[in-house]
Write a protein that binds this ligand. Sequence first.
Ligand code: NAD
Ligand code: FES
Length: 293
Amino acid sequence: MYRILKAEKLAEKIVLMDVEAPRVAKACQPGEFVIVKMDEKGERIPLTICDFDRKAGTVTIVFQAVGASTQKMATLKAGDGFLDFVGPLGQPSEFVKENLEELKGRKYLFVAGGVGTAPVYPQVKWMREHGIEADVVVGAKTKGLLILEEEMKAVAGNLYITTDDGSYGRKGMVTEVIRELVAGQGKHYDVCVAIGPMIMMKFVCLLTKELNLPTIVSMNPIMVDGTGMCGACRLSVGGQVKFACVDGPEFDGHLVDFDQAMKRQQIYKTEEGRALLRMQEGDTHHGGCGNCG
Ligand code: NAD
Ligand code: FES
């Protein structure tokens, strides 16, 4: 049993949990994810890691209570636990493996949308811990849905907050802030990392292509079982078949076919849709993934 040490409601339907998982905490890196399972019959839920404390042996997760499983998960309290807490899974963020001196010469812009602020946080924190200052744009629908503001303020160079309805910070979507910073104020960035809803990442990428700003996105939202088995997270990156949970979750956003990924995500939701995808693409483990022959 993986004990929950803290369970805190960050906003309407958004919950943060600190979970005792020393082996995961010891090994995990920004960008990676875990799979949690509440009980024997529970659904496997892939969640990008929001923070970790190697000394305390804890991993922080943040999730939105949208489906039956996450709504049940939101009722868990400190002292309760998960049957499974598997990880770290996926590939760490690219910069973790890069030369530190080269990284220090690069200017990063992180763009976080809604619940996507949670996976952005450990990346910006890593940058701060390694002496690299990064700017951060956080977008939320409204003030009440803004999360981790103080935590982000503590690790970001400049923090720009925007709300769709103007109830806090600037008014408008994250794309408007990016345009204002780059085209309006003439700020230069070498890399943009955008994590949030698919539609946000799509529009950020359309803009950053125009601004000639290389952009990394996280395709976590299309993952289902997180093991490379179900085929849900199949996507096209630069015309090649990739699986978000095995090859990602982070990819070059300018190469991701967002329209196909979003359409596929809708089709995958029904049994009929899954059968159709199996027929069109082949079962994941019988050629569909392109990796197992
Ligand atoms: P949201 O709908 O409140 O959007 C957050 C912000 O994204 C908005 O405030 C806006 O600034 C920006 N945005 C949204 N649509 C946009 C558009 N068309 N153009 C430009 N900017 C736009 O976000 P939410 O409800 O918190 O998001 C939930 C979604 O985030 C879920 O679908 C979940 O799967 C996804 N998510 C993604 C990741 C990831 O790793 N990519 C992680 C956690 C959650
Ligand atoms: Fe099932 Fe990637 S989430 S194959």
